[in-house]
Ligand binder design. Structure first.
Ligand code: B12
Length: 496
């Protein structure tokens, strides 16, 4: 059996890093870990190839080679996935589809022979067994959650690893919290299900063995979903691994209560973590209460963020406007909060209602939904009929994006951050590629960019005051080019 695994194109979005990739000579930000995991769950004797459309085109010859196309994707990749299905149908290759896009809305897709939904660790063996007996069904799904201790090491050799900005590893799935707008608990449950430390180390060994020594994204929904287990079972072996073979900096996602555990933050730094993405959402207590984000209430989140930065973890964060409780004052409050916090990478989105969330159910009942989401809450669209006047909401949203990504404010934030940040323990080695990225930043930002004055001011300040953090300043300056470009696409007036 010959299986072609296909990952659809991610449009030009906040997280695509499209405009930063050219500086570092990479084609895509992250690899499709789900697809590589699915590949490892298929029989060993089958031939497998990966086509990630973010790296390479899908050729007719690829389709001619394949007995089956296994297609994955997120909602944001919907259109590209449709095109792939169309081409497979024309070429007469049956499509097996799975992953978050299809798990959320498989009924919207025609031309797919088999939907193997939810976690493949559970549903794929059922499909394979039926296929062997020549009676495969159209849809496989489950309401159970997989035991991650049975999840195999992804087949990394299928990926052209050097083309990605970072690679990924997953330790846990699930999150103990229940934010009203988030579908993580519907998809992955409330309890943090984990792999064993040995599994994680085997995955890291496999990346290292294939020559990788760059950054690794721990793609957990909330790495600290079970703090005790993380502290006891994963971090100590991870620290030993970094000391033995490592030099791979890690980044991940966590909840704000990370700031409450100084020991945990120290261990994470020791283990190589240099950055965490946190869902801050809003400085408004009313809006936090409305969306049931209890973990963010009754705390000084600015102080929390500074504590995390000082512990050696950069904080990147998500923010949302468009809550029912938001008043017109929220826009300036968000800007002030973001500037003060020194959160350089701030993803500000409009509230969207995703199927499978309590928010979706509530607003559907209230008749306040307009179809589905685009899958990207940072593209300036929403399927929610807001309580605030919609023009006011959009103007306020654009105001936030224009303000925080203006060169002046962006570099002011960068300076605030560098002033707090403790140097990470594990850093990427200096390489020709990184020197080239620096040279490109000098040319395109420092000489040709309209932000050049800010770039030189902050770079020189870092060089003299925090010389150990120059590489962080250069990286964030490069990211700034991407975020500014993407946010300009969102805020520019629509063509009539
Ligand atoms: C890493 C990650 C990213 C990376 C993408 C990396 C990449 N190239 O894939 C980045 C940071 C770019 C990203 C961005 C976004 N993401 Co994201 N992301 C994740 C995260 C945290 C981990 C993904 C992962 O690697 N999982 C590990 C693998 C093993 O799991 P998996 O991919 O789900 O695959 C399993 C199954 O789905 C299934 N499967 C997958 N593919 C296939 C294919 C076949 C044929 C079969 C049979 C089975 C199958 O089998 C696998 C093993 O069980 C998930 C949450 C999560 N826990 O998965 C969210 C998640 C995928 N992201 C999500 C969202 C919403 C986004 C954003 C829109 C966020 C935003 N507001 O901007 C953006 C969209 C893209 C953009 N703006 O650029 C949603 C997707 C929901 C949906 N219905 O599509 C998720 C599920 C999180 C959530 N809150 O629900 N994301």
């Amino acid at each position: 059996m010959k299986v072609l695994l296909v990952y659809p194109k991610i449009p030009e979005t906040f997280w695509s890093f499209k405009h930063a990739l050219k500086f570092v000579g990479k084609k895509a930000a992250f690899p499709p870990l789900g697809v590589l995991t699915v590949a490892a769950l298929l029989p060993e004797s089958w031939s497998k190839r990966l086509v990630d459309l973010n790296i390479q085109p899908l050729k007719d010859a690829d389709l001619k080679w394949a007995d089956y196309v296994f297609l994955s994707g997120m909602t944001v990749q919907r259109e590209s996935a449709r095109e792939v299905i169309k081409r497979c149908n024309l070429a007469g290759v049956p499509v097996v589809a799975g992953g978050p896009l299809f798990t959320t809305e498989h009924e919207n897709f025609e031309g797919v022979a088999h939907f193997v939904l939810n976690e493949a660790e559970i549903t794929l063996p059922l499909f394979l067994a039926d296929l062997e007996h020549n009676r495969p069904r159209h849809v496989y799904r489950t309401s159970e959650f997989a035991d991650l201790r049975q999840s195999p090491t992804p087949l990394w050799h299928l990926a052209d690893m050097k083309k990605y900005m970072a690679l990924s590893v997953q330790y846990s799935r699930g999150c103990p919290f229940q934010c009203e707008f988030c579908n993580v608990t519907t998809l992955f449950g409330h309890r943090a299900r984990t792999k064993t430390a040995d599994q994680v180390l085997a995955e890291l060994d496999s990346l290292h063995g294939l020559g990788w020594n760059g950054k690794v994204f721990f793609v957990d929904d909330n790495l600290i979903g079970n703090k005790a287990q993380l502290t006891k079972e994963l971090l100590p072996p991870l620290i030993r691994w970094q000391n033995r073979v490592g030099h791979m900096p890690f980044f991940t996602q966590a909840s704000i209560n990370l700031a409450d555990s100084a020991d945990l933050m120290d261990l994470m730094r020791e283990a190589g973590f240099e950055s965490v993405f946190i869902g801050i959402e809003t400085p408004s207590e009313e809006s936090l209460a409305e969306c049931n984000k209890k973990q963010n209430t009754r705390r000084d989140m600015i102080a929390d963020i500074k504590r995390i930065q000082r512990a050696g973890l950069e904080v990147q964060a998500g923010f949302i406007v468009g809550f029912d409780s938001d008043t017109p004052a929220i826009f300036q409050r968000q800007i002030d909060f973001i500037q003060k916090s020194g959160i350089v990478v701030a993803m500000v989105g409009l509230l969207q209602a995703v199927q499978g969330t309590p928010l979706y159910d509530r607003l559907k009942l209230a008749g306040r939904l307009r179809g589905d989401t685009s899958g990207d809450n940072v593209d300036g669209t929403s399927n929610i009929i807001p309580l605030m006047d919609e023009k006011l909401l959009m103007a306020g949203y654009h105001k936030i994006l224009s303000a925080i990504y203006s060169p002046k404010n962006y570099y002011a934030r960068l300076k605030t951050f560098i002033g707090e940040y403790r140097r990470p323990k594990v850093e990427e080695k200096l390489s020709l590629r990184r020197l080239r990225a620096f040279a490109r930043s000098v040319l395109s930002i420092g000489i040709l960019g309209r932000e050049r004055i800010h770039y030189w001011k902050v770079l020189c300040w870092t060089f003299f005051v925090h010389p150990a953090l120059v590489s962080q300043t250069v990286s964030l300056a490069i990211y700034g080019v991407h975020f500014r470009t993407v946010c300009t696409l969102v805020t520019r007036p629509a063509k009539v």
